[in-house]
Design a protein around this ligand. Structure first.
Ligand SMILES: [Zn+2]
Length: 587
């Protein structure tokens, strides 16, 4: 049974990986001096402030402060767990992740094995469904149906679309008996009260649903002859939580390195049809309204989300729910808009009728969230009387208060106040706030450079920058200062000694070695003090050490003075005093 991943392996895999390659395969990097640059994948920006250092094997964003090593990047960017990130790096290096034999971690490891097997079964099922388009006796009728829906062979292949046969055991027969329990837990087959088992999807067009890493985690099945529900999705399983998944997101990210926007549509057919017409950024929620999780996932991938709905009442209600779910994720810099299609149309029919260009023109003209918000509010409340204005305010204010972005929130509040006829009163309040904000922002932007680190913290920061300095000076040994009562000194000693013993280590490796250390968070935080604050690394290290030494001398001298005036000094103490005095004089 597999256990914990050995620490040495994790350090080794970080040392072997090149952060530039790993990041560049996800975010295109440009060389800029000794480093590489890109627009930050973790916040929305037009000019690059995301920097990757090949020497330090470390990334840092001057805009949002995102930072870390190659493992941190995979965890944040690909949303992987720590172990998954290590596995991903290992597989890039063609290595198998070793496990310690300790049984304490056996349970998650076993889960992991089961998960791997489960992904394998889902993929086999997808292969089976798609092979049925070629081999099943109904294939002609099914292919004719797909053609009738306007789908090309190429697009069917791209989306891995398949066919679930009209039999009770079409898929079941494809697997041997040892897989039955897994098929049940993956909800690919069902069991009735009489313990009879049967295929969950029958006589349906099958759309594999991929997770963000491109693994099949569920299926959507569309009925061919309108028997049963038109759309049937896999129930939730270990692999599939529908509020966390969007159909088409994996493909949209794959097709567009820089995703300028995402379009949320209702069904898989819409996503597929749009992609056939060259609109490769559509996604669909799976049998649920657009949830807050969906919105968060989308705003991690792009800065503009357009939700597309029917123009009818049901469509407007669904759009309003999406709006409510989105407010707490609306940070400044992201845009959410709403597109309402003419009655009876969906994106599938619309794009076939109008083509890509005209359809995209509709997208460009989609209603901004603020406009949809106030239109809806004004449909619900009149502003003819104080009473109705009060009702409007009572409904709108708490919703606006949920908006995450300070500026968006304030502007929406200002708009509400204007509608309620209290613009002037609000303006004063908001001007005050704005003034406060500007100062806060200024402090943020320049504050970090002004803050001077204490000598001790600066030494740690310098070691992070270039761990080899620890071994460059024989006399600079923080352990000589150990009696100094400064919080963190014991850690500096430990950290210096580690760097001394590992002169080849890098910033990235240090982060890995200290990831779970009680001080790990502190040293990570120190990296927010950018490298360009450091002018002469060796001199600064010496200077900080001297400052600490001076502190030590003063502290010890005053201790000895206290002893001298109370009990008198021993010979040894007398000698020490003289030595310290001469050292202090020499400084
Ligand atoms: Zn950033």
């Amino acid at each position: 049974m597999a256990g914990k991943i050995p620490r040495e392996f994790i350090e080794d895999i970080v040392a072997r990986s090149d952060i530039v390659d790993v990041i560049d395969s996800r975010v295109r990097l440009k060389k800029a001096g000794r480093n590489y640059q890109a627009c930050c994948p973790f916040h929305n920006e037009k000019t690059p402030s995301f920097s990757v250092s090949p020497e330090k094997q470390f990334y840092y964003c001057f805009g949002c402060g995102a930072k870390g090593n190659v493992i941190t990047f995979l965890m944040e960017h690909d949303r992987l767990e720590f172990v998954e990130a290590v596995e991903e790096l290992a597989s890039l290096q063609g290595l198998r992740v070793p496990r310690e034999s300790s049984s304490s971690y056996s349970e998650p490891a076993q889960n992991k094995q089961q998960l791997t097997a489960a992904y394998g079964i889902m993929q086999q099922a997808a292969n089976f469904f798609s092979s049925q388009l070629k081999t099943h006796k109904n294939r002609d009728a099914v292919v004719a149906y797909l053609k009738g829906r306007g789908l090309s062979g190429e697009i069917v292949k791209y989306w891995g679309i398949g066919y679930a046969p009209d039999a009770w055991d079409g898929l079941m027969k494809h697997f041997d008996n040892s897989s039955t329990n897994q098929l049940l837990s993956l909800k690919l087959i069902n069991e009735n009260e009489n313990k009879r088992r049967y295929d969950f999807f029958r006589h349906r067009i099958m759309f594999p649903i991929l997770d963000r890493r491109g693994r099949v985690i569920a299926f959507g099945g569309r009925s061919i002859d309108d028997n049963g529900p038109k759309y049937l999705n896999s129930p939730e399983t270990n692999l599939f939580k529908k509020s966390n998944e969007l159909y088409g997101l994996y493909q949209a990210r794959k097709e567009n390195r820089q995703l300028d926007r995402l379009l949320v549509v209702e069904g898989y057919m819409d996503v597929v049809a749009l992609s056939q017409f060259g609109i490769s950024y559509a996604v669909a929620a799976l049998g649920t309204a657009t949830t807050n999780e969906h919105i968060q996932i989308m705003f991690k991938a792009t800065s503009e989300v357009i939700c597309c709905y029917d123009g009818d009442k049901a469509g407007r209600t669904a759009a309003w729910r999406a709006l409510e779910n989105a407010l707490s994720s609306l940070r400044d810099g992201v845009v959410m808009r709403f597109l309402f299609l003419p009655d009876g149309e969906d994106p599938d029919t619309m794009v076939r009728k109008e083509g890509k260009e005209n359809f995209e023109k509709r997208l460009d003209e989609a209603l901004p969230l603020s406009q949809f918000f106030f239109n809806t509010m004004l449909e619900r409340h009149s502003i003819a009387s104080i009473e109705s204005k009060a009702a409007l305010k009572a409904e709108a204010q708490p919703l606006i208060a949920n908006i995450k972005g300070e500026n968006q929130r304030q502007m929406m509040m200002a708009e509400l106040s204007k509608l309620c006829g209290e613009a002037d009163a609000f303006k004063i309040e908001s001007d005050k706030k704005k003034a406060r904000n500007v100062t806060a922002q200024k402090e943020n932007k320049f504050g970090k450079e002004k803050v001077k680190l204490s000598p001790l913290r600066h030494m740690i920061r310098l070691l992070m920058e270039d761990p080899s300095i620890a071994s460059k000076f024989d006399k600079i040994q923080p352990r000589n200062l150990q009696s100094l009562e400064i919080p963190g000194l014991a850690f500096l000693v430990e950290f210096h000694d580690y760097c001394y013993q590992h002169p080849q280590t890098t910033t990235a490796l240090l982060l890995e070695v200290y990831r779970d250390h009680p001080y790990g968070g502190h040293i990570f935080k120190l990296l927010e003090h950018p490298s360009d604050m450091i002018k002469d690394i060796e001199q600064e290290y010496v200077d900080c050490f001297k400052a600490l030494l001076k502190q030590y001398l003063n502290q010890r001298l005053s201790e000895l003075e206290v002893i001298e005036s109370s009990t008198g000094l021993t010979d040894a103490q007398q000698q020490e005093l003289q030595l310290l005095m001469s050292k202090k004089g020499a400084m």
